[in-house]
Design a protein around this ligand. Structure first.
Ligand code: URA
Length: 205
């Protein structure tokens, strides 16, 4: 049992990780982000969803996936029969990276060094939760989890071996569905996304 493990082998608790992540200076993104946006959800969740980084709304609220991409994720989860309250949701990078565009803060993709600098938080979350399934939303999360040669376009929707004995499934990022060129394309992208999430739901039952 866990309490008999030597102290060094014990995973740190989510509370301790979240507390320490508030003051993270492992890269420079803390200077532009309003606050660290740590993961959220049950400490014993069977499924962990990993996104890229908080967006504008997440940065202001301090919670992951509460903006437009989060709304789309909620809709897709519901259609797949997954209860968001039963999963843990986090990001590969925990500060919002952006550049000014007029009055707006435009999302900027985190680079490999920033993903690497943030990695220990994500690893800590996985070690603490020990989920059965990890769902990577988009290439940034998938490459952080499975290596930089991983291609979502080639291995989307497949269960692959991941950390701590978990199975990892990578799919698209919900934002990419929001960016679809027209209504038909968006519909089709959403259908494929929900299909991937249904595979996750089937594994949980
Ligand atoms: N996009 C992400 O990848 N994560 C969020 O939390 C919000 C938008």
């Amino acid at each position: 049992v866990q309490s008999e493990l030597p102290l060094l082998m014990k995973p740190r608790s989510l509370e301790a990780l979240a507390h320490d992540a508030k003051d993270c200076r492992n890269c420079d993104l803390w200077k532009t982000g309003t606050q660290t946006v740590f993961g959220e959800g049950g400490a014993h969740a069977r499924v962990v969803f990993v996104g890229e980084q908080p967006g504008d709304k997440e940065d202001l609220e301090g919670r992951p996936f509460v903006g437009p991409a989060g709304n789309l994720l909620n809709t897709a989860l519901e259609q797949a029969g997954i209860n968001r309250n039963e999963v843990y949701v986090t990001n590969a990078v925990k500060h919002f990276k952006w550049e000014p565009r007029g009055k707006r803060r435009l999302h900027k993709k985190p680079n490999a060094a920033e993903v690497a600098a943030c990695r220990s938080w994500m690893d800590g979350e996985i070690a603490a939760i020990q989920p059965e399934i990890i769902v990577c939303l988009g290439a940034t999360a998938a490459q952080a989890m499975l290596g930089r040669s991983f291609r979502v376009t080639k291995q989307r929707g497949e269960f692959l071996p991941g950390p701590n004995g978990a199975s990892v499934l990578a799919t698209v990022h919900p934002s990419s569905i929001l960016r679809a060129p027209d209504e038909d394309a968006r519909h089709e992208e959403m259908r494929l996304f929900v299909d991937d999430l249904r595979k996750v739901a089937a594994r949980m039952n």
